[in-house]
Design a protein around this ligand. Structure first.
Ligand code: NOJ
Length: 764
């Protein structure tokens, strides 16, 4: 009798819609997935289907007001597909339980978050990470981030950000991998692999979300969210490759960009989201809008909320982040026949498929693991890896007379508002990061050598400029002026410098001056910091400038007047330890810039892989009618690919295995690289190619390969690149991906400027 009652109870619980039994099996082939989702969708009402397209924010507020209200209730009614901004096992369990126990069809939720450069163990900001040119370290950073995030209940990250950016006025240049499509594509793929692993069914795999599709980094005037108007040939050759690489690497989701693209904002751009992304590239996952991106189409001027919501869905945006335009208007649009049932079904199906691939139907709580959260998050090993990755990201911009590494017994004046600062170390978009966990430079040096002779002086406020202060403090910077006046601060620092053998001055931006909505028109060090630096250099003591910033800065004065400059970006939780390692030479820096540092804002956009003009300037002559400025050089201060080492390397002339290349037959280009200095070290040997004549104009140089090698002092090694016909392909005016016969220049060097050169002919 007892058994019978239990059976009846079980049948009432699960048998009634038999869904639970099916969910238990769900983790299989495409066919099984389709059957499962067909069955599930057959049971769904139109409201529940639209509900899957809804992504409200609960909890933390990162980019704006939390618009979502009554989320618990909506989850119970099946009107939520995923939740964004909630993490920790406890918080996630609470909401997932609502979906699983209270909603009619028990469809599990997605939990998304901005895990951009680490979850709680924070790595160097992405622009810095890219300067490592080390795909295995970059992948590792994403892997660790995914392990921590998944242990904290998350199953979806809004990363990688792969927007090509040639304009450092745009604060979000910090979130991507710089200006190069080839390197950017490799990094995009490495990040996706790191997040998703080889199977989304793994417990520590999370969905990647490549963003911001597309061309977000090409905002006019470097002003965030601004219009982009770009030829298709430029898009295909220069801006789209990293997004495509992420899609090819299997990124399960794509986030749409905020900007207008040639007259149609990306969120409602059917050509972009359907013709290109799905039909040409074969993307199979789902597309999410950016934060209120659909609602913002009203301000773009495309119509009222109902119109723009229908248009976005029809264009290919499957999920609505925070705005609830889908939730509140799609049903009516369907009734009015403004959209079809088919597009709603398709979007819903794509989102359910991603949940299925994650295995959420089989175990909606698979990500919730308090024990793992305790052992995995901010573990000793993660911190060690973060330190190593931070070191590999640093770029030595200048080092006259081998001022660095520091002599361990030197008397050091450690100066600057970022020298004993923890708060800014984790940089922007370190959403779940806790700055209190970060190590300052001062702490890093002390950790390394407690008896080091260091005197600290702040020297300046981090930010004094009233306009910038007003803006960043309104958004959470909490920067207050020091009790001492600017003059007193400088005087103290000058006194410390005078008393020391060497001054290490740590300057740059506040972390909050980078990232979203932080465009700048002036890229100099802030005036108060510059005044400090000038005062310290005037003491005549040798000065090492340690920089922390989210973007290329204009550093002409610094380059001309300061003997040693180390770019450290914002290097994360382990910043101070990593910087200390580099300063004393425990690690020999090997990072290379992935975004050009201009002399002045007036030169922007300035990037290495530009086209020639009909009147190229040789940099010397006084001829008038050349493509040049009358008040500035055309050249950057530090070119793409640039970065020094404590040692020096020589690169021999190029040896080509053949002077001709034919389709189907590669040739090799070999150089001998020698470590000619006094330290062991790494060099990133870079291969560039120029297609000299074509049916369309081609860049003066394009990165086509690189190898990062380690050489002991005095050691030499041959480095060989294989060049084949595929490497010479580009999109022509018909957007066909082709190569063309003719002569090619091949360059190999330690950066995009300092190269050795040879030539070969390609016949078809
Ligand atoms: C807006 C940003 O553009 C995007 O990068 C981010 O992922 C979302 N907000 C969510 O925070």
């Amino acid at each position: 009798m007892k058994t019978k009652t239990s059976l009846i109870l079980l049948a009432a619980l699960f048998g009634a819609n038999s869904l639970f039994a099916q969910q238990k099996k769900a983790a299989g082939t495409d066919q099984e997935m389709n059957t499962f989702i067909n069955n599930l969708m057959a049971k769904m009402t139109i409201d529940e289907k639209i509900g899957q397209l809804n992504l409200p924010a609960v909890g933390f507020d990162v980019t704006g007001p939390i618009l979502s209200e009554g989320v618990d209730e909506k989850i119970e009614k099946g009107l939520v597909g995923g939740v964004f901004n909630t993490f920790t096992p406890q918080a996630v369990r609470k909401l997932q339980k609502l979906a699983i126990t209270k909603s009619r069809l028990k469809i599990p939720l997605l939990f998304g978050y901005d895990v951009v450069h680490g979850h709680k163990t924070i790595f160097t900001i992405p622009l810095g990470l890219s300067a490592s040119w080390d795909m295995s370290l970059i992948e590792k950073s994403a892997r660790i981030a995914a392990r921590e995030a998944s242990a904290d209940g998350l199953n979806w990250t809004f990363s990688p950000m792969v927007d090509i950016a040639r304009d450092p006025r745009w604060g979000r240049i910090s979130e991507g991998s710089g200006e190069d499509p080839y390197l950017g594509s490799l990094i995009a793929a490495a990040m996706v692999k790191g997040y998703q692993t080889n199977s989304l069914a793994n417990k520590d795999a999370i969905l990647a979300c490549v963003k911001h599709f597309a061309l977000y980094g090409a905002a006019e005037a470097g002003r965030d969210y601004n219009t982009t108007d770009m030829s298709l040939i430029r898009m295909y050759n220069e801006y789209l490759p990293p997004y495509k690489a992420a899609v090819d690497a299997g990124s399960e989701t794509v986030m749409v960009s905020f900007n207008d693209i040639n007259g149609t904002p990306a969120t409602a751009n059917k050509w972009l989201l359907t013709d290109l992304l799905r039909n040409q590239w074969g993307f199979k996952g789902f597309v999410v809008s950016d934060y209120t991106g659909i609602n913002e189409l009203v301000a773009h001027g495309l119509g009222d909320l109902k119109t723009v919501s229908a248009r976005s869905l029809d264009a290919g945006t499957d999920m609505d982040m925070v705005g609830e335009g889908f939730l509140t208007t799609l049903k009516q649009s369907l009734e009015e026949k403004k959209i079809t049932q088919e597009v709603i079904d398709l979007a819903c199906r794509r989102i359910l498929e991603s949940k299925y691939k994650l295995g959420l139907f089989a175990d909606p709580y698979k990500y919730i693991d308090e024990k793992r959260a305790k052992t995995e998050i901010l573990s000793k090993q993660n911190r060690l890896d973060a330190r190593k990755i931070a070191e590999a990201s640093m770029v030595l911009l200048k080092n006259n007379n081998q001022l660095l590494p520091l002599k361990k017994n030197a008397k050091i004046a450690l100066i600057g508002p970022l020298a004993d600062n923890k708060r800014d170390m984790i940089g922007n978009w370190s959403a779940a990061g806790d700055w209190k966990q970060a190590i300052s430079v001062m702490e890093g040096l002390k950790n390394m050598a407690p008896d080091m002779n260091i005197t600290y002086a702040k020297g300046a406020n981090l930010v004094d400029d009233p306009a910038i202060l007003k803006q960043i403090n309104a958004n959470g910077a909490e920067i207050t002026a020091d009790k001492k006046s600017p003059e007193e601060l400088i005087n103290d620092a000058v006194a410390a410098a005078k008393n020391a053998d060497i001054a290490v001055v740590v300057l740059g931006e506040s972390a909050i001056m980078g990232g979203e909505a932080t465009s700048r028109t002036n890229l100099d060090l802030l005036p108060n910091q510059q005044a400090l630096l000038k005062a310290i250099t005037a003491t005549g003591k040798p000065v090492v400038l340690v920089l922390m910033n989210s973007r290329p800065l204009t550093l002409s004065w610094e380059d001309a007047n300061v003997p040693a400059i180390l770019e450290t970006w914002f290097s994360g939780t382990e910043a101070g330890n990593a910087i200390a390692d580099v300063l004393v030479g425990n690690y020999n820096p090997a990072g290379k810039l992935t975004a050009t540092f201009p002399h002045s804002v007036g030169q922007i956009p300035l990037y290495y892989n530009h086209k020639s003009t009909g009147r190229p300037y040789d940099g010397q002559s006084n001829e008038k009618f050349k493509s040049r400025y009358i008040d500035s050089s055309n050249e950057p201060l530090y070119p793409f690919g640039y970065g020094l080492s404590y040692t020096t390397f020589s690169i021999s002339p190029i040896q080509l295995s053949s002077k001709t290349l034919t389709e189907g037959q590669g040739l090799t280009a070999t150089v001998e690289v020698k470590n000619t200095g006094n330290f062991d070290g790494e060099e990133v040997v870079q291969l560039y190619i120029q297609d000299i004549y074509g049916t369309v104009t081609r860049p003066v140089k394009e990165l086509k390969g690189f190898k990062k090698i380690f050489l002991k002092k005095g050691e030499a090694q041959k480095v060989t690149f294989t060049i084949d016909a595929a490497l010479l392909k580009f999109y022509n005016t018909e957007l066909k991906f082709i190569n063309e016969a003719g002569d090619f220049n091949v360059f190999i060097g330690s950066n995009s400027r300092d190269v050795v050169e040879s030539q070969f002919n390609f016949t078809k």
